[in-house]
Design a protein around this ligand. Structure first.
Ligand code: PEP
Ligand code: MG
Length: 602
C-alpha cells in the first residue's frame, strides 16, 4: 500500500466522474488507492494423518475471525443500531454450517489444506446463490464472501487495516469495501470513500450513512483513474467525484456542503408534508433513480412516485445482457412497491457519456464516434438494436399490470422517430396478446423533450403521446451547444439562460394545449436555486434525486402560486442570464432570507 501523500502532485485537468450517492456530504482531500486483496493462496494436499490438525487450524481461524467481529461489535454497542445488526449477522454467519461444516468435510474427504477447502466451499455456496430468484437474497452472497474472506485472512495472516499510517486525513478508494472496512474507517484519518462497486443500499452504504461518512459508490474505473496523492472532491449528495479540482471548485463545494448540513435537520420536517403552495396549488415531486436499491430512499424522502428510472444502469457492470425475465422482475417489483404512485421507466439511454461499449459484450453495434453526443445514442441505438429493445419493452409491458408504470422514450427528435418507436411498441403488444401474456394496453407512453427540434415540434408530438418529461441536462447542452461533460465550457452550461427557460415554457404550453402532463427531470429540478422558476412555470411534476425533495418542497410550501408565476413571467421576459440570475437571487433573498441572503452561487 502506497501511503506517501507528500510526493509532488502532477495535476491533470479537472474531470467529473459520476457514481451513485452512497452517503451524503462533501469532502475534499488526497486519496489513498487500495488494490484488491491478493487472491493467491497456496493449495496443497495433506500428508497422511494430517487432516485433523488441519481441521483444528481451520477452526482456530474461524474463532479468531469471530473474535475480531465481536470486538468490533463492542465498539458500537448501545449506539448505531444498523451497524451493530450487520456485524451481528456476520458473527452468526461465520459459524454457519454452509461455510464451516462444508470446509471441514472437504479437508477430510479430499485431504486438502484449509484455504483450498474454504475456497471450494465458497464456490459451492455461490452456485446455490446463483439459482436464487430473489435479487435481494442473491445479493447477500457478498456477506458470505466477506465472512469467508475474514477466515481466509486469519489462515494466511494477510489482511488490510484502516487507517494504517495515514499522516493526514484521506479519502480511501478501492474496488469495494465491506461494511466492517467501513467501520474501521470511522476515525479522524478518513474523510470518506469511493468504490467501483456497490449500490445505494448495500450494507457498506448503510454503514457509511449511519457513521456520517461521505461516500460515492459505483464509480466506474475509479481505482484506475486516480492515484494515491491525487486531490479529489467527493460529492456524496450528488454521487459525483471531481478529479484534480481547481481551488474555486473546492471552495464552492465546501460552501455547498455547509449550507446542506445547516438545513438537513430542518428539512426532515418536510418529508411527510404535502407538496403544495400556501394557497393550495399541488405539484408532484418525484424521484430520479438509477438502480432499484434506491427505492428505500424514494420512500424515505416522501417522493410522489418515480419520475425517471434510468434503466440503462441495469445493463452495466454485468457479464451478460439482462434477460427479459431479469428485467421483468426488477420492473414489476418496483412498480408494485410504489403502487398506486406512478413509476416512470425510461428505455435504454446509452451513448453519449454513458458509453454503449460498457454494455456486456454481446455483438451489439458499438460505433467509435467522433461526436458521441450527436451520435448513435438513446432511442437511435434502441431502434437499431431492436432485439435488445424488444426484450426491454416486453419486460416493461409485462410489468405494467402490477401498478402504474409509465414508459419514457429518450432523445426523441422527430415525429417520424416517435412513430417508428410506437410501431415497435405496437408490435410487442401484438406479440404479447397472441401469446396470451397479460399487460396493460393503456400503458402511458411519454417522451423526453431534450432536443431543440422536439421543443419546436412539441405541439405535434404532444398529440401522439401521453406525457412529456423535459430533460434539461441534455436540452441545455443541445440548445446552447455546450458539452455537458466538458470542463472547459462548463461555466457556459447555463440552466437559467432565457432560451432554456423559454423552451421549457413553450413545451409546457404545447403539452397542456393537448391535455397531457408535463414533467421536468433534469438536474435543475432538484437545485434549490433554479427550482423556484420551474415551480412557477406550471409544470405538473418535478423529478429529482430523492434527497433533494424536502428542500424543493420547502420552497413550494413557503410560496404562493401567484408569487411563483409572477417570478417565472418576469424571468421569461429577460434578455440575458445575468438578468434572470439577478432576479432569482433577489426573489430568494426576499422570500428565504435565512437560506439565501448570502448566497454567492448566482
Ligand atoms: C436529461 O437529459 O435531463 C435527463 C434527465 O437525462 P440524462 O441525464 O440521463 O441524460
Ligand atoms: Mg438526457
Amino acid at each position: 500500500m502506497d501511503t506517501a501523500l507528500d510526493k509532488p502532485l502532477e495535476l491533470g485537468e479537472p474531470e467529473t466522474l459520476h457514481g451513485i450517492s452512497g452517503s451524503p456530504g462533501i469532502v475534499v482531500g488526497k486519496v489513498v488507492v487500495f488494490s484488491p486483496l491478493a487472491e493467491g493462496f497456496i493449495r496443497y494436499r495433506l500428508e497422511e494423518g494430517a487432516a485433523s490438525k488441519e481441521e483444528q487450524r481451520f477452526l482456530a481461524a474461524v474463532a479468531q475471525a469471530e473474535q475480531s467481529l465481536i470486538s468490533l461489535r463492542q465498539q458500537f454497542e448501545g449506539d448505531l443500531a444498523d451497524t451493530v445488526a450487520i456485524v451481528d449477522s456476520h458473527i452468526r454467519m461465520v459459524r454457519d454450517r454452509m461455510i464451516v461444516e462444508q470446509s471441514l468435510n472437504l479437508i477430510r474427504q479430499k485431504q486438502i489444506n484449509a484455504e483450498w477447502a474454504l475456497d471450494l466451499s465458497l464456490r459451492l455456496i455461490k452456485k446455490k446463490f446463483d439459482h436464487i430468484a430473489d435479487d435481494y437474497i442473491r445479493s447477500r452472497f457478498a456477506d458470505v464472501e466477506y465472512v469467508a474472506q475474514l477466515v481466509a485472512e486469519q489462515l494466511t495472516g494477510q489482511g488490510r487495516s484502516f487507517p494504517a499510517g495515514f499522516a493526514e486525513p484521506v479519502i480511501v478508494v478501492g474496488e469495494d469495501f465491506s461494511p466492517e472496512d467501513t467501520i474501521r474507517m470511522h476515525t479522524d484519518k478518513v474523510l470518506g470513500f469511493l468504490t467501483e462497486k456497490g449500490g445505494a443500499t448495500s450494507h457498506t452504504a448503510i454503514v457509511a450513512r449511519s457513521l456520517g461518512l461521505p461516500a460515492v459508490v459505483g464509480v466506474a474505473d475509479i481505482t484506475q483513474l486516480c492515484r494515491t496523492g491525487d486531490t479529489v472532491i467527493l460529492d456524496g449528495y450528488n454521487g459525483r467525484v471531481c478529479l484534480h479540482p481547481t481551488m474555486d471548485q473546492q471552495q464552492l463545494h465546501l460552501e455547498y456542503d455547509r449550507q446542506h448540513r445547516a438545513f438537513s435537520d430542518e428539512m426532515s420536517w418536510y418529508i411527510h408534508l404535502a407538496s403544495e403552495t400556501v394557497d393550495g396549488l399541488r405539484m408532484r415531486l418525484s424521484a430520479n433513480i438509477e438502480i432499484p436499491d434506491e427505492l428505500e430512499s424514494v420512500i424515505y424522502y416522501g417522493a410522489n412516485g418515480i419520475g425517471l428510472f434510468r434503466s440503462e444502469f441495469g445493463y452495466f457492470q454485468r457479464r451478460q445482457l439482462p434477460s427479459e425475465e431479469d428485467l421483468f422482475t426488477v420492473y414489476r417489483d418496483m412498480v408494485a412497491a410504489l403502487s398506486p404512485q406512478p413509476v416512470t421507466i425510461r428505455t435504454l439511454d446509452v451513448g453519449g457519456d454513458k458509453l454503449a461499449a460498457h454494455l456486456p459484450n454481446s455483438g451489439l453495434h458499438f460505433a467509435r464516434e467522433r461526436n458521441p453526443a450527436l451520435g448513435l445514442r438513446s432511442i437511435r441505438f434502441s431502434l437499431r438494436e431492436q432485439d435488445l429493445f424488444i426484450t426491454q419493452l416486453r419486460a416493461l409491458l409485462r410489468a405494467s399490470g402490477h401498478g402504474r408504470l409509465r414508459i419514457l422514450l429518450p432523445l426523441i427528435s422527430s415525429l417520424n422517430e416517435l412513430r417508428q418507436t410506437r410501431a415497435v411498441i405496437d408490435k410487442v403488444m401484438e406479440q404479447l396478446t397472441q401469446e396470451g401474456i397479460p399487460f396493460n394496453a393503456e400503458t402511458e407512453i411519454g417522451i423526453m423533450i431534450e432536443v431543440p427540434s422536439a421543443v419546436v415540434m412539441a405541439d405535434t408530438l404532444a398529440a401522439e403521446v401521453d406525457f412529456f418529461s423535459i430533460g434539461t441536462n441534455d436540452l441545455i447542452q443541445y440548445a446552447l451547444a455546450i458539452d455537458r461533460g466538458n470542463e472547459y465550457v462548463a461555466s457556459m452550461y447555463d440552466p437559467l439562460h432565457p432560451a432554456v427557460l423559454r423552451m421549457i415554457s413553450q413545451t409546457i404550453e404545447a403539452g397542456h394545449r393537448q391535455g397531457i402532463e408535463v414533467s421536468l427531470c433534469g438536474e435543475m429540478a432538484g437545485d434549490v436555486f433554479t427550482a423556484p422558476v420551474l415551480l412557477g412555470l406550471g409544470l405538473d411534476e418535478l423529478s429529482m434525486r430523492p434527497s433533494a425533495i424536502p428542500h424543493v418542497k420547502r420552497l413550494l410550501r413557503h410560496s404562493t402560486f401567484g408569487r411563483l408565476t409572477a417570478l417565472a413571467k418576469q424571468l421569461l421576459g429577460c434578455g440575458d442570464s445575468s438578468e434572470t440570475k439577478a432576479l432569482l437571487k433577489q426573489y430568494l433573498a426576499d422570500n428565504y432570507p435565512d437560506q439565501f441572503a448570502d448566497n454567492e452561487r448566482a
